[in-house]
Ligand binder design. Structure first.
Ligand SMILES: [Zn+2]
Length: 110
């Protein structure tokens, strides 16, 4: 299991990167974030920046959605852990080829 990162330090680093661009740094706080002992008052600018950063996050394990069952649990080859369907272009190619072979019936065409 991986170590839990220092969230307070990450928030401090984020605010250090964003605050120089705050066009109204003297405005009162619109929100307060408290993380692991750090209490940070956010201006409208820094609050919008934090929301944008959170919205932009994509989990490294996010490989989309299974085209068959809708599960989001796909391995690195886009194979669904729940139903076994292979997704993506490769999966579509495999499915088309399997259907083609299935159409042959008991034996391949001569
Ligand atoms: Zn599936």
């Amino acid at each position: 299991m991986s170590r839990i990162p220092d969230l307070a330090a990450a928030l401090e680093r984020f605010l250090e990167r964003v605050e120089p661009y705050d066009t109204a740094p003297g405005d009162g706080p619109v929100a307060t974030v408290q993380v692991a002992g750090l209490r940070a008052d956010l201006t409208g600018y820094t609050a919008r920046a934090l929301a944008a950063a959170l919205d932009a996050y994509t989990d490294p394990g996010d490989r989309g959605q299974c085209p068959s069952c809708g599960s989001r649990r796909l391995d690195t080859s886009l194979t669904c852990y729940d139903c076994g369907t292979v997704g993506g272009i490769f999966g579509a190619t495999l499915a088309a080829r399997a259907e083609h072979i299935r159409s042959w019936g008991a034996s391949p065409p001569s």
